[in-house]
Design a protein around this ligand. Structure first.
Ligand SMILES: [Zn+2]
Length: 542
């Protein structure tokens, strides 16, 4: 009999069925997969001279987590950008930018994180001039659906006062009709394009970002990248241990025809890198009141924006499905969610059931009660970001005051049989393993009280939260039973935590850290307290 490469013992194994008799507490890996689960004694035959061991010290062992929605390259790049605290005032942003600009000689200064809702003035050109006179500045809003850019940036992008609003986008203008420096939705594109990627730094940044994912217990990602970012990602992952991270790569709308023209279907690829669906934008965001609503916002902000009309959505999704391409549709408001479900339904069951990767709605932050059962019925997964519910709580309380019970409705959807997949939407929020689990379970930030929780009935128990970070997303990335489970035959992706997650009361869950993270049986992250003889963490080869 072949012996195991590695045995993790003395573990509390999550999701392993316990028959009568002693509880399985050991797991053996060989050639990148789980080969056996049982008691220490039962696994004795797998132990050989070369078998390494990790003592889990009675802590939880779970499958490696998936972040089911992130922009990995943008998050990696953001390490070199100005980070603005969303609570910052206009004056504070100017001060931060002035200090940042003084230390940087970049042709374009890039930052992110501003929220202008509570400012009495701005965002405007004058403030950016005060901080970085004459320089090109591009500052993303926290939700990445608006950009505040300097005069010089507008010039470089070829935009002047004569510019008209593009379809699905808008340039803010003052009461005299003059540009202010803010572009929204699709109008941001020429400004964002100025942020010329510093290609030589990209590979190192992405590898560094992947190491940070491992340190969070994340071994799989569902990404939304542009063509340039996809190339960077594939180059960065080539040659990385264990493949670096497993990737389901969704494809931008602009590339749909390219996919269809060469007959590449969703699900094409292998267990390391697979093509997902086409990413479509049905609406904007809550923060900028551009999420498309069935009923007006409660704070007088109208009914939002449809970035694709119901008809465009229907036609595009039907065309994609006919070519075997699934969809991942950004839909935040209840109108956008409904239009997306309508479009998937209209494409017809025969085309839908042939897809190798299920269709999904990204965010689904507000779902009308009538649409809840349609997720399960149409096989549409809900890709949601638990940390958004926490950070959006103050905004949702005003904008959606009358319908908070249907906002961020994880529990409602889960109870109705919808498949949930959880993620961070990094760089909007940082990817976090334990932090994501805590957000699901507590629906508040660590250190805050239960009174701050919005619609507490939507909280999930830890069991369901873990499903949403493991089995749920694995069912969407073509890995099926091989992913997100602790069972023989499954991928050897697992996390040895520093505590028993199910015994972690209160904020202690958010503080949980991986002692070790394994990807395809390779140790990709090891806490300093894990004995070195287990093996050094394999580092990325360049
Ligand atoms: Zn996103």
């Amino acid at each position: 009999m072949n012996t195991a490469d590695l045995i993790v013992e003395n573990a509390r194994l999550w999701g392993v069925p316990t028959a009568d008799g002693p509880r399985p507490d050991s797991i053996a890996l060989r050639a990148g997969r789980i080969v056996a689960i049982g008691t220490r004694a039962e696994l004795a035959p797998w132990r050989g001279a070369a078998t390494r061991q990790i003592d889990a010290r009675s802590a939880s062992v779970t499958p490696g987590l998936t972040d089911a929605h992130l922009h990995l390259v943008a998050w990696a790049r953001s390490a070199g950008e100005l980070t603005i605290d969303p609570a910052a005032t206009l004056a504070e942003v100017v001060e931060r930018l002035r200090a940042f600009a003084a230390t940087r000689d970049d042709a374009v200064l890039i930052g992110r994180g501003w929220v202008a809702e509570h400012w009495s003035d701005g965002p405007d050109w004058e403030s950016l001039e005060a901080a970085a006179a004459g320089r090109a500045v591009v500052l993303h809003s926290k939700d990445f659906h608006a950009v505040w850019a300097s005069r010089r940036a507008f010039e470089l992008a070829g935009l002047d006062e004569r510019v008209s609003d593009p379809a699905g986008g808008r340039f803010d203008r003052d009461r005299h009709g003059r540009l202010t420096g803010v572009a929204r939705e699709h109008a941001v594109r020429p400004l964002v394009a100025l942020a010329a990627p510093e290609r030589d730094r990209d590979l190192a940044r992405v590898r560094d970002a992947v190491a940070r994912l491992h340190a969070e217990g994340i071994t799989s990602v569902h990404v939304f990248e542009g063509p340039e970012e996809s190339r960077v990602l594939r180059r960065a992952l080539a040659g990385a241990p264990g493949g670096g991270v497993r990737v389901l790569a969704h494809v931008p709308h602009a590339q749909l025809d390219a996919l269809l023209s060469v007959g590449i279907e969703s699900g094409t690829g292998d267990d390391r890198f697979r093509i997902g669906g086409v990413k479509l934008f049905a609406d904007g965001t809550l923060g900028s009141r551009t999420a498309a609503m069935l009923e007006p916002y409660d704070d007088g902000g109208g009914i939002g924006m449809e970035l694709m009309s119901a008809r465009e959505l229907r036609e595009t999704i039907a065309r994609a499905f006919a070519g075997g391409v699934s969809c991942a549709v950004h839909a935040i408001g209840d109108r956008a969610v409904r239009s997306t479900l309508d479009a998937v339904e209209a494409a017809g069951e025969p085309a839908r059931v042939r897809l190798r990767v299920p269709p999904r709605i990204e965010h689904a932050q507000l779902v009308h009660a009538l649409d809840v059962p349609r997720f399960a019925r149409l096989g549409v997964a809900a890709s949601m970001q638990p940390s958004h519910a926490v950070t959006d709580t103050p905004t949702a309380r005003t904008a959606w005051a009358s319908r908070l019970d249907t906002a961020y409705p994880w529990r409602t959807l889960e109870t109705a049989g919808a498949r949930l997949a959880f993620g961070s939407d990094a760089p909007v929020e940082p990817p976090s393993g334990a932090g994501g689990l805590f957000a699901c379970v507590a629906r508040r930030a660590p250190g805050t009280s239960d009174e701050s929780v919005m619609s507490p009935a939507q909280r999930l128990d830890l069991e369901r939260a873990l499903v949403g970070f493991t089995r749920g997303p694995a069912a969407l990335d073509g890995r099926g039973r091989q992913g997100g489970r602790l069972e023989p035959g499954a991928h050897g992706d697992l996390v040895v935590w520093d505590r028993d997650l199910f015994a972690a009361a209160g904020d202690s869950l958010a503080a949980a850290r991986p002692l070790a993270t394994l990807l395809a049986g390779e140790l990709v992250h090891r806490d300093a307290s894990v004995a070195a003889e287990v093996g050094e963490v394999s580092t990325c080869r360049s």
